[in-house]
Unconditional design. Structure first.
Length: 263
């Protein structure tokens, strides 16, 4: 029994199952449902789900919940297991007539993230990502508020002229987010301008979207990217600062020794 347990917690075995599961999910994308080949691959997929679930349970039992949950990688791994577990219901319930089947398929695909286990220094990487996300919360919240404010303004200003872009606040938020990404942002104001014969209104439209690009795209997204990268690189910066501090201390000690010898 202990040997069997080791197969579920041994990193080499886990890695093999991760690769098998990834290949299975990739192959399923080429097959139609209700065929013998897809049924075989689905069986392998369900077995992989059970393997990952048992793996998580055994690790929690062996290490205890607090120790297991203390590692960021285990938290990430556990979340993926939880998201993919509902797929185990599909062999027992016919859910094809319900929208929930899409959620179950999405949960199955989340397991591809387990391929990150092959990344060197994955715990160090996860710590950096978590730290960067925490530091970026304020910037993301500010961007969200800017998006909402500008989207509401666009709804009131351009809702009648371009209902396909600004017919309601939610649609406007999506359209403004596309403007923030700078990908084809000029197409939206040009479409609005083409529907009016007022030169002054054309200036207002283009000026409004130029402000949106400057505030949300160039400044907002650039700031968010800078904060995220800075936090990801903090470990390297901290190591460098520690080395500089030690070098400064050694220089000070050397100066004291030289001054004592001269005196």
């Amino acid at each position: 029994m202990n040997r069997i347990k080791r197969y579920f917690v041994d990193e080499r075995c886990v890695s093999v199952v991760i690769v098998i599961n990834a290949v299975t999910l990739f192959a399923l994308g080429f097959l139609k449902e209700n065929t013998p080949s897809s049924a075989l691959l689905l069986t392998i997929d369900y077995l992989c789900v059970w393997y990952f679930l048992i793996e998580a349970i055994l690790k929690i039992r062996n290490n205890g919940w607090r120790e297991y949950w203390a590692r960021n990688w285990n938290r990430f791994d556990f979340l993926i297991v939880i998201l993919s577990t509902p797929a185990l219901l599909t062999p027992f319930f016919d859910l094809h007539d319900f929208a929930i089947i899409l959620v179950l398929r999405l949960g199955r695909l989340f397991r591809l993230f387990r391929l990150l286990s092959f990344v060197p220094n994955r715990d160090h990487l996860m710590d950096g990502i978590v730290r960067a996300l925490k530091a970026s919360i304020g910037v993301f919240l500010a961007l969200f508020l800017v998006n909402v404010i500008l989207a509401l303004g666009a709804t009131y200003l351009f809702g009648d002229a371009a209902p396909e872009y600004f017919g309601n606040p939610l649609l406007s938020c999506y359209s403004l987010f596309k403007v923030f990404t700078l990908e084809g942002w000029y197409e939206i104001p040009d479409a609005i301008v083409d529907r009016t014969d007022m030169p002054v209104w054309a200036v207002v439209v283009r000026g409004y979207f130029v402000i949106c690009v400057l505030v949300g795209g160039i400044l907002g997204l650039s700031l968010a990217n800078a904060v995220f990268v800075d936090e990801m690189m903090m470990d390297n910066t901290a190591d460098l600062e520690a080395k500089v501090d030690r070098l400064s201390e050694q220089v000070e000690e050397l100066k004291v020794i030289l001054e004592s010898k001269e005196s």
